[in-house]
Design a protein around this ligand. Structure first.
Ligand SMILES: [Zn+2]
Length: 334
C-alpha cells in the first residue's frame, strides 16, 4: 500500500483492506457488474458481518449456492484487480474481471458442488469426440496474445470420421479474448450456413461465450452486436447446437486461432489443413480419452481479524483415465 496511506486508485480514502476489496470506487464498479447493490446497508457492514451475510454456508464449511461463490470470488478478484492496477503493467478492464469472475464461479461451483452432491464423481470426455453420422462438427477458438492485444479467431470443420472438411482463421486486430471467442463462433456459423444440408454442432471451450449467447437480452452488453448476430443464426437454424468442450478437445481450433492472431489477414478459408496441424488432427481421429475425477473438495474461509481473511480452495483428487484407442486404462492418484 502507498506510503501516504491514501488509495492510489481513487485518492479518496485511506486504503484499508476493506477499501481495496469493497469500498473503493474501482471495486464498487466490479460489485455493480456482478449484480450487488453497493448502496445497500450490507455494503456498510464491518468485515466479518459482510462475509457472514453474503456467504453464510461457505463460511461454516458447508456447500453454498452459486451466489456465495460469486461473492467469494468477487472479493478475491477485487484484490487481484487492485494489485494489477497498482503493481502490474497489465491492466484488465472491469468487463474482463466481471467475465473472469463469472467463469471461475462456474468452474468452482461445478467442481465443488457437483462433487459433493449425491454422485461423488465427475466424468468427462477429454479430447475431441467425433460427431454422429450426418453431422459436421465445427470447433472454434479465439486467441489473444495478451488481453487486449493482437487477437484472432479460428476453427475446424470435420465430419463423423474426423476428416477435414475445411478450416478458417482471421485477425480482429487489438482486442480481447472474449471478442475473439465470439468472432470465432460467428465465423463458424457463417461457414456452416454455406454447407449444404446436414446438422451442425458447434463446439467452443468458452463457457462464458455460451452463457452470453444463451442469455436472452444482450442488448446492453459491450459485445451485444456480435452476440445478437450469433443468436439470429441459431434462430435461423433451430437444429444447430452449441456445446462446450474442454481445452484438451479443442486443440485444432486453438491452433487455427493462433494462426489467425499471428497474421494480418481478416479472414482465410483453408480448403486443406495448414502446415503443423496434421499430428493434432490425427490424434483427434484415433483417440478419445475419458477422464473420471473423484474429488473430495473443501472450501475454507478464515476470518482472522477485522482486516484479514484467507480463502482456501482445496481438493484431493483421484484421476482415472481410460482410452478408446486400445490403450490400457491407468489410474493416477494426486
Ligand atoms: Zn480507492
Amino acid at each position: 500500500m502507498g506510503s501516504s496511506g491514501a488509495c492510489a486508485r481513487c485518492d479518496e480514502e485511506v486504503e484499508s483492506v476493506l477499501h481495496c476489496i469493497r469500498d473503493c470506487t474501482c471495486a464498487k464498479e466490479i460489485w455493480t457488474l456482478l449484480g450487488f447493490d453497493v448502496n445497500s446497508r450490507s455494503f456498510q457492514l464491518d468485515f466479518r458481518s459482510w462475509f457472514e451475510l453474503h456467504c453464510p454456508k461457505l463460511i461454516s464449511g458447508k456447500e453454498g449456492p452459486k451466489a456465495e461463490y460469486l461473492f467469494v470470488l468477487g472479493t478475491w478478484f477485487c484484490w487481484k484487480y487492485r494489485n494489477e492496477h497498482i503493481l502490474g503493467d497489465k491492466r484488465s478492464t472491469k468487463w474482463d474481471i466481471n467475465l473472469n469472475i463469472r467463469t471461475m464461479v462456474e468452474i468452482c461451483f461445478n467442481a465443488f458442488w457437483e462433487a459433493t452432491s449425491s454422485v461423488p464423481k465427475i466424468s468427462r470426455l477429454v479430447g475431441w469426440v467425433k460427431p454422429v453420422a450426418g453431422t459436421i462438427k465445427i470447433n472454434t477458438d479465439g486467441s489473444a496474445l495478451g488481453n487486449p492485444e493482437r487477437a484472432g479467431f479460428g476453427g475446424v470443420c470435420r465430419d463423423e470420421k474426423g476428416h477435414w472438411h475445411c478450416g478458417f482463421s482471421g485477425s480482429i486486430g487489438q482486442s480481447t479474448n472474449m471478442l475473439a471467442e465470439l468472432a470465432a463462433i460467428r465465423a463458424g456459423l457463417q461457414i456452416g450456413s454455406g454447407m449444404s444440408g446436414g446438422n451442425i454442432v458447434l463446439e467452443t471451450d468458452s463457457l462464458e461465450a455460451i452463457r452470453l449467447i444463451e442469455k436472452e437480452n444482450s442488448h446492453y452488453h459491450i459485445y451485444g452486436a456480435i452476440i445478437e448476430d450469433i443468436q439470429v443464426m441459431f434462430q435461423t437454424y433451430p437444429r444447430w447446437r452449441i456445446t462446450h468442450v474442454l481445452r484438451e478437445g479443442n486443440q485444432c481450433a486453438d491452433f487455427m486461432a493462433k494462426l489467425g492472431s499471428s497474421n494480418d489477414e481478416e479472414y482465410v478459408v483453408w480448403e486443406d489443413p495448414p502446415d503443423g496441424i496434421s499430428l493434432m488432427l490425427l490424434a483427434d481421429r484415433i483417440s478419445t480419452l475419458e477422464i473420471e475425477i473423484f474429488v473430495t473438495p473443501t472450501i475454507e474461509i478464515r476470518i482472522e481479524d477485522a482486516n484479514c481473511c484467507s480463502i482456501f480452495f482445496r481438493s484431493s483428487c483421484v484421476f482415472a483415465i481410460s482410452g478408446s484407442n486400445g490403450a490400457i486404462p491407468y489410474r493416477v492418484s494426486k
